[in-house]
Design a protein around this ligand. Structure first.
Ligand code: BG6
Length: 500
């Protein structure tokens, strides 16, 4: 990542938020700007331009943004730092498929250049529904707002979901490339902006002790868990179309898997890192029709109890069909066909309404070839494990057997534990702070390249087809449990999922 080379700077720019009155902008983007202000990381000159259908003027918009910062519970010092900044607030009311909206925007941006010194730099943030991505990009293209003049930048940040299958992702890439070059497009996966996800690279490629053990010779299998306590909240109708496969596996899981499994990059810069991620994604074995049902478990939550509170089943959620077949849980077995990982299964499980919010990667090591101890000398010896705790309680655990003090000679598994919060006083930036800062600084390392997004869709496409054709049965699990029992059978008979 280019910040290893020294100070990066967010350059003066107009940040144009499409969907400026929406949930994402209010809950994530505006509070992230305040945090960046608190860290003195915002550019010297910033124009914040909101675009949405709701009628309001520049002053209303300024008030809305400040209200969102307060509502997000931002530190008063950050709120103050944001208030003190010389941000130029502008607002353009209009619909995204009306060319007049873009004419008005062009005038406003020109005024920002003239009077606020943002120097022709533009960062467009598409915080809209995905159906609007192409309309906005082409609307900008039509009025010449996508061209980079010498010495300026024009970038576009696109939220997930990027397409809904392989073909639509390819079409979306093609449509965007009609008006933007690839180097201008910043596709978000907010998981990449998580400190502990980036720490996978630091851990693997800056330590000599782990890398030799990071391969098929020593690793028995890898487990990736992305568990959430939350249900679908108010996103039932969106989730009905997405399911866990499109919502989590195609993007967040694939990114975590790629960083865990990739080869060392030539350097920690955007393209060398992304080249290695694409290479390992290419090696992920396609699911074939014959073995697919044995390698996939689909589940949906029914009513249950979370933290002592009764919660409804998925089919009772707002916006969800009472006969829905959408999965809220998936357990999958991936194989990676390359020299490092041949024969090492990567087991993935993800779900909503599980007992805990936890994301972690576990490398479970092979057993020793022979245990020179009688069974009676073993209190509990489990295989060695390396656990990368992505969230919450970010850290790393290493589990190994030690002698129990005293006699007779007995051994038991214990852990070495590194905790981010104990080791470092400073709070890591929130994912959206990182996203905005990196895009303003022109560092695409933590964004997804065109070929990466297509590879990730290639991997999940056979699953999309199989689910649509009803070839993978849907099992049910009560909210508050670890998913359907069938998920346990995915692992080999002497293995279990780690209890996080
Ligand atoms: C989003 C999904 O991408 O990630 C949500 O659409 C999910 O359904 C969220 O809840 C999880 O993100 P995090 O950062 O809370 O792990």
């Amino acid at each position: 990542m280019s910040d290893i080379e020294g100070e990066r700077v967010a350059l003066s720019a107009a940040l144009v938020v499409f969907g400026a009155t929406g949930d994402l902008a209010h809950r994530k983007l505006y509070p992230a700007l305040a945090s960046l202000a608190g860290r003195h990381q915002l550019p010297r000159r910033l124009a914040l331009v909101g675009v949405a259908r709701t009628e309001m003027d520049d002053e209303d918009f300024r008030e809305e943004v400040h209200k969102a910062v307060v509502q997000a519970g931002k530190d008063p010092a950050e709120q103050q730092a944001f208030e003190n900044l010389d941000v130029c607030f502008r607002y353009v009311a209009g619909s995204f498929d009306d060319p007049a909206t873009f004419d008005r925007l062009a005038t406003v941006l020109h005024e920002c250049d003239e009077h606020h010194g943002v120097e022709g730099n533009r960062l467009y943030y598409l915080a809209t529904v995905p159906q609007m991505f192409v309309a906005v990009a082409h609307g900008l293209g039509t009025v010449g707002l996508t061209r980079e003049k010498p010495g300026t930048f024009v970038r576009i940040i696109i939220e997930k979901p990027f397409g809904h299958d392989l073909q639509s992702a390819r079409e979306l890439n093609d449509k965007l490339h009609e008006v933007f070059d690839e180097h201008q497009i910043y596709r978000i996966d907010h998981y990449l902006a998580k400190e502990t996800v980036q720490n996978i690279l630091a851990l693997r490629f800056t330590n000599s002790i782990f890398e030799p053990l990071w391969n098929r010779r020593y690793v028995d299998h890898v487990q990736i868990t992305v568990a959430e306590k939350l249900g679908v909240e108010h996103r039932g109708s969106f989730y009905e179309q997405a399911g866990a496969l499109r919502d989590i596996v195609q993007n967040h899981v694939m990114q975590v898997l790629a960083l865990t499994a990739m080869e060392p990059p030539a350097s920690f810069h955007a393209d060398p890192i992304r080249d290695e991620k694409v290479k390992v994604l290419r090696s992920v074995r396609p699911f074939d029709d014959e073995t697919l049902p044995e390698r996939v478990v689909r589940g949906q939550y029914t009513a249950g109890v979370i933290d002592g509170e009764e919660v409804p089943g998925y089919r009772e959620e707002e916006g969800v069909s009472p006969a829905s077949k959408t999965e809220t849980f998936l357990a999958l077995e991936f194989e990676i066909d390359n020299w490092r990982w041949a024969g090492v299964p990567f087991y993935v499980r993800t779900g909503k309404r599980l007992p805990k919010r936890v994301t972690e990667v576990v490398l479970r090591y092979k057993q020793v070839p022979f245990l020179p101890l009688p069974r009676t000398a073993i209190d509990s010896v489990e295989p060695n494990e390396m656990v990368l705790r992505i969230q919450p309680d970010e850290g790393i655990e290493l589990w190994f057997a030690v002698k129990v003090p005293g006699s007779p000679f007995r051994v038991r598994t214990q852990k070495l534990d590194f905790s981010y919060s104990r080791a470092f006083a400073e709070q890591p930036p929130e994912a959206y702070e990182r996203v905005l800062f990196d895009a303003l600084a022109g560092d695409p390392t933590l964004f997804i390249r065109e070929d990466e997004v297509e590879q990730a869709w290639r991997i999940v496409q056979p699953l999309i087809d199989a689910f649509r054709e009803g070839r993978v049965p849907l099992s049910f699990y009560p909210a508050g449990s670890w998913g359907p029992r069938e998920a346990d059978a995915l692992l080999s008979s002497d293995d279990t999922w780690r209890n996080p």
